[in-house]
Design a protein around this ligand. Structure first.
Ligand code: 2HA
Ligand code: ZN
Length: 280
């Protein structure tokens, strides 16, 4: 079967279109990667080119040696992916040292994998290790309301997690581990990749101040759903803060503990700190 007709490719394309329609991918903003299963590679082996040039990744990911990834292309627009997957996406293979990649399919008109390849691959490496290989998706989006919050909340994991949890009862159930926050850094390199991957040891999502967010997961559904849930919580918070600077009422720490018990999730106590707030 043709590469484009494979289930994992169709799921990938749908996620690009869904993200674009949410308004998270202006111009060439955002990128997506999927760690391909060995049996999925077997099905398309005859369409892969094993003779291409090897390029440096710009990061070292030895635990991903010989793995294949489907990735968006650098400078490519999410809104074009569904119209022309072969020119906007690539299947790459990592070499046996974990330092280089080779394009084996796609980017037919030329080009390179996403400029955030170091972040994608280092996140994959961390998640592959700490989920016993379960997680396969890494997604970066320019989520409007999350970005807006990085101008008004202190840039720390505890405050962001707590504020987002308070915005919808489902939030602590969807991301019980919380979210990490990376202060402003230059994107596209190994430094921001290392910082983000470090946070991914504890979290499934990391916010990049004044830039966007990374989400990781087992499937396209769960990863898109996580991005969507966090961005929606941020949207509610922006709406609340646009009306008044404090909340008349909210979900309190004791209520989060009750929720955790009923929904069988563990909510770390460091997010349930006492707030000192002036009520008016
Ligand atoms: O343009 O989102 O972070 C792609 C990006 C870079
Ligand atoms: Zn970006």
């Amino acid at each position: 079967m043709n590469v484009i007709d494979q289930n994992f490719v169709q799921g990938f394309i749908r996620m690009c279109s869904d993200g674009y329609r949410q308004g998270w991918h202006e111009r060439n903003g955002g990128n997506l990667s999927y760690r391909i299963r060995p049996e999925e590679i077997t099905d398309i082996q005859d369409q892969l080119n094993e003779h291409g040039v090897w390029f440096p990744i710009g990061a070292e990911v030895p635990s991903l040696k010989d793995e294949f990834f489907l990735v968006t292309g650098s400078g490519k627009y999410f809104r074009n992916v569904e119209l022309d997957p072969e020119n906007n996406l690539a299947i790459i293979k990592i070499d046996e040292t974990g330092k280089n990649y080779q394009i084996q399919w796609g980017l037919a008109g030329g080009g390179k994998p996403t400029s955030e390849l170091p972040s994608h691959l280092m996140n994959h490496a961390v998640k592959k290790a700490c989920t016993k290989g379960l997680y396969r998706v890494v997604y970066h989006a320019h989520t409007t309301n999350v970005i807006a919050l990085t101008f008004i909340l202190p840039l720390n994991d505890e405050v962001f997690t707590r504020e987002l949890w308070e915005m919808a009862t489902e939030c602590p159930v969807v991301f019980p581990d919380g979210v990490g926050v990376v202060s402003w850094m230059v994107p596209g390199g190994a430094k921001i990749a290392a910082k983000t991957a470090d946070l991914m040891r504890n979290y499934d999502a990391a916010i990049w101040a004044h830039h966007g967010m990374f989400a990781t997961g087992e499937t396209f559904d769960s990863t898109f759903g996580l991005m969507h849930t966090i961005e929606k919580a941020a949207e509610i918070l922006i709406k609340v803060l646009s009306v008044r600077s404090d909340k008349r009422q909210t979900i309190e720490p004791g209520q989060f503990r009750q929720l955790a018990k009923e929904f069988h999730v563990e909510l770390p106590e460091r997010f349930l700190f006492d707030k000192v707030e002036c009520k008016s």
